[in-house]
Ligand binder design. Structure first.
Ligand SMILES: [Fe+2]
Length: 191
């Protein structure tokens, strides 16, 4: 099933994410819907890729679903699921695999080479930044927040010296820079 970038891609993404997350991980599902709402507001800068971003936002955390957690590294598990079970669009799969500087967390888990070999980072920086922006300005409950508060919440939740804590502290400057680039692109749009 190869998706074209249009409303049917977004509908498909909602159905797949809801099926995998809503019952078993309702909070992740609320977060995912919040991230998708952020994506819906980036149409002015993403243009024809808005549907792709919306689908990636909806599905970015699907790999947390317990039945999909093969390696326990959710960007890789989610991307493999979308590729292997759904034959999903390659750009979508690569966005999910690399969302929010996943390669840095992969490094902490000794999975970076595997991740990069299977799912190279998309060479479309605005799209990559846009998914960082959507994820990192949405709380775990799906509400809008700032990237600073989001990073602080993650460090507090996982612990500064956990794998995720170490990753997010290393990624923080990159996250803030990506969010800043998206905000600048938004601000440059005519109102
Ligand atoms: Fe994630």
């Amino acid at each position: 099933m190869n998706q074209t970038v249009d409303g049917s891609l977004v509908d498909w993404a909602m159905q797949v994410a809801e099926a995998e997350l809503s019952a078993v991980l309702p909070r992740r599902w609320a977060h995912s819907r919040g991230v998708a709402r952020r994506a819906a507001n980036l149409g002015q800068i993403l243009r024809e890729d808005t549907g792709l971003l919306l689908a990636a936002a909806t599905l970015h955390d699907v790999g947390y679903a317990p039945r999909l957690a093969a390696t326990g590294f959710h960007p890789l598990d989610g991307a493999r699921f979308l590729r292997d079970e759904h034959g999903a669009d390659e750009r979508l799969v690569r966005l999910v695999a690399n969302h929010s500087f996943a390669s840095l967390e992969a490094e902490e888990r000794r999975l970076r080479e595997e991740l990069e070999a299977e799912f190279p980072l998309l060479e479309e920086p605005l799209l990559v930044d846009a998914l960082v922006y959507c994820d990192m300005t949405t709380t775990p409950f799906g509400e809008p927040t700032t990237a600073q508060e989001r990073v602080a919440e993650i460090v507090g939740r996982y612990g500064a010296d956990s794998i995720v804590g170490r990753f997010i502290r290393r990624a923080a400057p990159e996250i803030f820079a990506a969010v800043g680039r998206v905000e600048a692109a938004l601000a440059a749009q005519p109102r």
